[in-house]
Design a protein around this ligand. Structure first.
Ligand SMILES: Nc1nc2c(ncn2[C@@H]2O[C@H](COP(=O)(O)OP(=O)(O)OP(=O)(O)O)[C@@H](O)[C@H]2O)c(=O)[nH]1
Ligand SMILES: [Mg+2]
Length: 459
């Protein structure tokens, strides 16, 4: 944190301008030494958040004509003195300016190091820091909107509310612990129980939308499954509008999983094409099939393809039945290749009535609109809520919230079972740790590094 860091903040390559960003104690000294403003008086006024035209020098050598921006700590992004040099958008001026800063005592910033400093200096909490990278990497309007809400701090304040409730419970327990056991009356027990219930309800309310939040942030994990040769890879290619996967009429063509992303409306689909599921002795195919099962388990939505030409001549396979029974709520059945039959033999009494079934043809593009509508309907059911409410969306935060709720429930059970208060406080304390981790009040250094390496350099 004592080092002064420097990095290119714009994407490398040629463009109109590049921005070199510097943060830390030395940055003022370095810029004062290398930047010669056209209007010295204005520069010397030392105002923050101002831009100044001038030349950037290495010793007596002019490197580029630049604008220098000054943001003094603690009111800057990182909380330290931050300078930004807007130079011409070529890689040579950029390299020269950064090299000069390095020679003058700065060091190259690590990925996300500016934002990490912002977090460590209390300029933002961990939810907001993670929202910064989510905003940068968002692929849909919806995910960008969600990141903006989180960046604005509304999720943080909801979390802070739960945290303060839990702190309140802990101090209540500590105040009561000093009384001898027999003086803790039923009233105190009931009050503690009530407090726990209220905190848990608030936490659960925040947790409720996290599944949608995760889908908006990461995409809807959509697994294409079915027997060999039903047209899974053809469907993947059609949705992507490119020949991504190999398609042949030989059953067992796809062995490994294929992952791709495609946008449907405002929802990002994470498409996974899998190996056709069947009994097999081929070791490679068997591994592929095992992976397919794993993918099915993790999926948000399963597109189960059945071949229309076979429907009246065969029963569902054991594997198809398992999918339809175990994953009925997340499965959409596509009866593919209806172009080959005169009328769709949808007399499938085997398919559970709650499963959505669609006559389909990849070849003749039948059913695509209905499929897209159905997918959107499933994700965006709570869309009104989505745009107005900040949701938990990242798996780290979701898991911490889940653990927090679990600990509160354990504490409630303990109170109910009349367990001594000091033991109840163990669960409450662990709930506190979990909720604090969400906003980053007690996170370990290695977790922090993990989070910030997802950022780009210069952010
Ligand atoms: N007539 C017709 N043929 C189709 C349709 N969809 C796929 N096919 C054909 O069915 C055959 C198998 O298609 P694939 O996409 O490779 O099937 P798959 O399910 O990925 O097969 P595996 O990878 O072996 O599991 C190919 O010859 C496709 O051209 C369709 O809607 N109508
Ligand atoms: Mg295939």
């Amino acid at each position: 944190m004592d080092d002064t860091i420097v990095a290119l903040a714009t994407p490398p390559g040629e463009g109109a301008i590049h921005i070199v960003r510097m943060s830390g104690k030395l940055s003022k000294i370095i810029v004062d030494r290398c930047f010669r403003p056209i209007n010295k008086d204005r520069w010397q006024d030392d105002h923050s958040f101002t831009l100044h035209l001038g030349w950037f020098y290495a010793g007596e050598t002019k490197l580029d004509q630049v604008l220098a921006g000054r943001m003094k700590g603690p009111y800057s992004y990182t909380g330290e003195d931050v300078y930004e040099i807007y130079c011409h958008g070529g890689m040579i001026p950029v390299r020269r300016i950064i090299e000069t800063c390095l020679q003058e005592g700065a060091r190259l910033a690590e990925p996300g190091e500016f934002t990490k400093r912002a977090f460590l200096n209390g300029k933002m909490d961990l939810i907001q820091a993670e929202a910064v990278v989510d905003l940068i990497t968002s692929k849909t309007e919806l995910s960008a909107d969600l990141a903006l809400l989180q960046l604005g701090g509304s999720l943080s304040s909801q979390i802070a509310d739960v945290r303060s409730d839990i702190l309140d419970i802990l101090s209540y327990i500590e105040a009561t612990i000093d009384f001898p056991e027999d003086e803790i009356d039923d009233l105190a027990l009931a009050e503690l129980y009530d407090k726990l219930v209220r905190a848990k309800e608030k936490a659960s309310e925040i947790f409720k939308g996290s599944k949608t939040g995760k889908i908006i942030r990461e995409g809807l994990s959509t697994v294409i499954a079915g027997k060999p040769n039903v047209g899974k890879s053809s469907l993947l290619n059609a949705l992507l509008k490119e020949e991504r996967a190999i398609v042949t009429d030989i059953p067992g063509t796809t062995r490994d999983e294929i992952h791709e992303y495609v946008k449907i409306g405002e929802v990002l689909l994470h498409l996974i094409d899998t190996a056709g599921i069947r009994e097999s002795q081929d070791p490679v195919e068997m591994i592929g099939i095992e992976r397919a099962w794993k993918a099915l388990n993790m999926a948000d939505v399963i597109l189960l393809l059945l071949d229309a030409t076979e429907l009246h001549t065969r029963r569902l396979t054991r594997e198809e039945k398992i999918i339809l029974e175990e994953y009925a709520d997340k499965t959409i059945v596509l009866i593919n290749k209806v172009d080959l039959i005169s009328q769709c033999g949808l007399t499938e009494t085997f398919i559970p009535p709650e499963v959505f079934v669609l006559p389909f043809s990849v070849k003749d593009r039948i059913g695509f609109t209905e499929l897209e509508e159905e997918i959107l309907r499933r994700v965006l059911e709570g869309e009104a809520a989505i745009s107005a409410e900040p949701l938990l969306s990242n798996i780290r935060q979701i898991m911490a919230m889940e653990n927090c709720i679990h600990s509160l429930e354990k504490a409630m059970e303990a109170v109910y079972a009349n367990v001594p208060f000091d033991l109840v406080s163990i669960d409450v304390r662990s709930a506190l740790d979990e909720v604090s981790a969400i906003t980053g009040q007690n996170v370990q250094e290695d977790l922090l590094s993990n989070i910030f390496t997802r950022f780009c350099i210069g952010k």
